[in-house]
Ligand binder design. Structure first.
Ligand SMILES: [Fe+2]
Length: 129
């Protein structure tokens, strides 16, 4: 079982190295605040906001998952080298097209680093019309 880490607002963190560590592993949800029922809705998950993560053979972001509450909506798996390989750094990004049902989506994303475990995003609620 990998270690599970939860995103912490880096503005509240004092040490630069700690900010970098938290930010570069955390998945960030990018989508509109409202969606239409039955119409495909784009949800982009970007790993890292202000800092980039390594893309080395023994240390890279291997997967990104998107949840609505406890329901898995999508999962994307990546090999090392997607962002340029040994020595390269970047912000992995993937867009899921979700068809909303119900009155709202309770979105959460997870990112898995091969060295530093699972990282959970801040939740985001999307109203479904
Ligand atoms: Fe890492």
């Amino acid at each position: 079982m990998p270690k599970i880490n939860r995103y912490v607002d880096i503005d509240t963190v004092e040490k630069e190295a700690k900010k970098d560590y938290i930010d570069r592993h955390s998945p960030f949800l990018h989508c509109a605040d409202q969606a239409e029922a039955g119409v495909p809705f784009a949800v982009t998950v970007k790993v890292g906001d202000q800092y980039t993560h390594p893309d080395d053979l023994d240390h890279y972001i291997r997967s990104v998952s998107l949840y609505n509450g406890t329901t898995l909506l999508g999962e994307a798996n990546f090999p090392a080298g997607l962002l340029g390989g040994q020595g390269a750094k970047g912000n992995l990004e993937v867009t899921f097209k979700v068809v909303p049902t119900g009155k709202k989506l309770n979105l959460t994303a997870m990112a898995y680093c091969t060295k530093h475990g699972l990282w959970e995003s801040d939740p985001k609620v999307v109203t479904v019309r």
